[in-house]
Structure formats: structure tokens, C-alpha cells
Design a protein around this ligand. Structure first.
Ligand SMILES: [Zn+2]
Length: 133
């Protein structure tokens, strides 16, 4: 809101420069109020296609925080040989841990592939599934 009020003050100064004798200090303070004709939607009527859009919800805000995400399925990929595997996670606060050794670590080494190091797995975020909490 302070940004909107500062912008309103600047627009007023730009449009009525002559009437206030060019002094920035003569610009009155403004209070901006956001108003919408949109019908209020109940929280239970919200759907995923409304994410990222400005909507009107009835009620009083008592606290606000950022949503946190939790992975429900993680896909790991070996940085040496591109071996991938998926891991389903249970609900709760527990974290996930990758295998320390690649599944191909014991495979015979060929000329086009070197030995996979210890802790080679990295998360492939595009192939993971997340949940908003
Ligand atoms: Zn590997």
C-alpha cells in the first residue's frame, strides 16, 4: 500500500504541478483503498486454476505466511551414469535421503563409462511431485 500511495502522490504532482506551485511538499497525503465488484468466493470454492490470480475472499486476516511445499515423490539421478530411481515419501516432517552408492557402481567398467563416485545422486526436480502445506 505505501507504494500505491507514493505512486498516487507522484501522479498528483505530475498532473497538478502548476496548481501546487511545483513544490513536492505541497502535495497532499493520499490513502489508497482497493475496491472490487467481484463476488467474494468462499475458501472451499477455491480451485487450483485460481493460483496466482487476485481473488476476493470474505473474512478477516488474522495471520499470513508463505506456503511451504513438501515432496511426496523424489526422483534421483546419478551424476555419472544417469541412472535414475524414484522414492515415495511418507507424510510427516521426515526428510529424504539418497542412496550413497549408484546401482551401476558394481557393473563392469567399460571404455565409455567411468566408475560412479560415492554419493552421486542429485534430485531431478522436474520429475518430483510436491504438496502444498
Ligand atoms: Zn551411476
Amino acid at each position: 500500500m505505501p507504494v500505491l500511495e507514493a505512486a498516487t502522490k507522484k501522479v498528483f504532482h505530475n498532473n497538478y504541478y502548476e496548481s501546487i506551485a511545483g513544490e513536492v511538499d505541497n502535495v497532499p497525503e493520499w490513502q489508497v483503498q482497493i475496491y472490487s465488484d467481484e463476488n467474494a468466493r468462499h475458501l472451499r470454492d477455491l480451485t487450483s486454476n485460481m493460483v496466482g490470480k487476485l481473488i476476493c475472499v470474505p473474512g478477516i486476516i488474522t495471520s499470513a505466511s508463505r506456503s511451504s511445499i513438501k515432496a511426496t515423490k523424489i526422483t534421483w539421478k546419478c551424476s555419472a551414469c544417469d541412472h535414475t530411481y524414484s522414492q515415495d515419501l511418507k507424510f510427516g516432517f521426515g526428510g529424504a535421503q539418497a542412496r550413497r552408492q549408484c546401482a551401476n557402481a558394481t557393473a563392469p567398467i567399460s571404455t565409455d563409462r567411468s566408475r560412479c563416485p560415492l554419493d552421486p545422486y542429485r534430485v531431478v526436480a522436474e520429475k518430483c511431485k510436491f504438496l502444498d502445506q
